[in-house]
Every structure is written in structure tokens, then in C-alpha cells.
Ligand binder design. Sequence first.
Ligand code: GLY
Length: 381
Amino acid sequence: MDKYLKNYGQWIDETWDKLDKKLSKVAVKSREKIPYTTVDGVHDNRGETDPSWWTNGFWGALMWIMYIGTKNDVYKDTAVRAEELLDAAFDKFDGLHHDVGFMWNISSGTNYRLFGDKEAKKRWDYANALLASRFNAEGGFVRAWPSWGENADNTGVTIIDCMMNIPMLYRASVLAKDDRFKFIAETHARMTMRDHIRPDGSVHHIVRHDPHTGDVVENIAGQGYAVGSSWSRGQAWAVYGFVLSYLHTQNEEYLDVAKKVAHYFIANVAATDYLPLVDFRSPDEPVMYDSTAGACAACGLIEIARCVPEHEKKIYIDAAMKMLVAIEKEWCNWEENEDAVLMMGTEAYHKEDGHHIPIIYGDFFFAEALLKLKGNDFLIW
Ligand code: GLY
């Protein structure tokens, strides 16, 4: 990989140092919070207002990424505190969903893997049990959400994002020596290949299945522009999620899917100077971006580059670097009066108060990408 990164060595080191300089202070300042975004430059506390919010594991995980890259105990201390604060989510059991993978795999899972912490293991085991319990054995998929009230039947709903939750199950299989977890993850991954991935490499965000047969009933637009459009973060979940499935199983089919979606992503993002739009199939106006899609996709592209033969690597590493450099130049905020790093994240195409804001997982994936580029191969997923 080094030969493909030689022109970027200085950029990688300088950007990591800026990240460390800023986050080592923010880690102390926001120690008693689980942030989601910032308000007037100050981290909010989503852990307090919505304990089971799906992103609540990313803050602790960001701290772990920085700890792994620096060995600075300030990050470890805040990561451990974030995990304790996250316990409030277990009390809100009925608010939980398939994103227990996002919430506890990269937070408690990391603490357990790094330090063998028993409390962290308990949390991680509990999250695995919760995720496995969402498996619909008849339909062959992991159900995304509980039903929201009497009129919202989510029994048959799957979403592309879940490809980032199932890596926890692969790990559980190995660590618990119990193949049931892997069976669930692989069954879900095969469903996703079949029902979410379109022939051109774009992705359906939400699919409703018949809960008894697994047959597709309808595609639902979700956070993109419309049914049939191409929500860029969903594309990114697929790029990174499928290469993760490959890394955990060595099944080449998953790597092929990751590459196919990556090719679609790269072709689209190249058309906008490597700054990803929220949706690759949306009207020309308004122009709306999503930095988080780029940061997450970059992590997936770097992992693909690590897996493919020599003569393929350049395609993926070049695209990841062009995206990260463009994102850093245009959208990173290194000022001390702003707690977040990555600006310009977007929650959903049609959610106007969630456009072009900092979102915690943008910072997480940006840091994760940099850690990989520095040559560290700890796979947090
Ligand atoms: N998992 C929901 C999102 O990506 O916004």
C-alpha cells in the first residue's frame, strides 16, 4: 500500500496531528456527554435526550480510535466513560433496534478486545443477543426496527445500514465459539446481496419483505431523494459493510459486491470533485452534500485496496485519498470554538433541519480512515 500513499504521507501525518490536537481537548470537555452534533459549536448530549439513539456508540468509538493511534489515556478515560453513560440505553429496551451493532460493537467491543474488560464483554454479549433476536428465521433477514405505533408495521423491514451491524455477529461467533451468530449474519448478507443491491451497483435503502417468505413486497425511499434513487450514505454502508463481511468470512462474493458498489460510488463522486452529494440520483438543485458518506466510503475503499491484488489497489486507494483530501480541504473545521471536526453531514434528503450539519459518525469515520492510512490494521468492526 505504501507505494500508493507516498504522495500523501505528509498530508496523512499533518491531518492526524491536527485531529489529535483538537480531539485531545474535546475529549476532556465533552467527557460527560454522548454527542451527536454541535449547537453553536458546542457538543450536544444525545445520550441524555435520547439514550437509545442509534449513533450513541460513535463518540466512545471515536475515542478508542484516537487512543489506538496515540496511546493517550485521556481518550481511554473518555471512551470508558462514554460506555458507562451508554448503559442508560439498556434501560430503554423497547427503544432498541438493529443498530445495537453500531452502538456496542465499536464501543464496548473495542474495550473488551483491547483490555478484556468484563463489564464491556457483558454489554457486548447483551448487544449480540439483542441483534440475534431480531433475526426472522422464516424470512431470512435481520429485522431493522420495532413497529412505531399501531399503524407502522415494520415486521418485514430491512435496511442497507444493517450491513454495518452484522460484523458484530461474525465476531461473536468466533469469540463465543457459536456459529449461530455467523449463520444469522451470512443469511442476512445474502438477502442484502439479492434484494438491496441493484444490477448497476446502486442500492435500495429500505426493503419490505413478506415476513413469512422473505419475498420482496416493496422498496421504500428512506433517507434518499425517492424510491429508486441512490442515497450516498446507503451506498457507503454497502461498500464498507460488504468488505467487512468479506474480512470476517473470506467469502469472495462479498468482496465482489463491495467492489461493484464501490465502482458506482467512485464514478458518481468523481463527477462532483470527490465531494459526495446526499443522493447520486437527485435533481441538480438544490445541491446538497453529505460528508459522512465520503468518510465512511473511504474506510471501505481503503479496506478493499488492502484485499485486492496489486494491480487493482490503485483504483480504490486513489479514490479514497481524493475524497478524504477534498473533505479535509472543504469541510473540516480545526478551530477550537467548534467541538466537531467534519462539517456538512446530512441526515436525510428531505429533513431540512438535518442538512449540512456536523454528525458524530462523520468525525468517527474520518478518524478511522486516517488511522488505517497511518498503517494501523486494528479492525474496530
Ligand atoms: N442509519 C441511519 C443513517 O445512516 O442515517
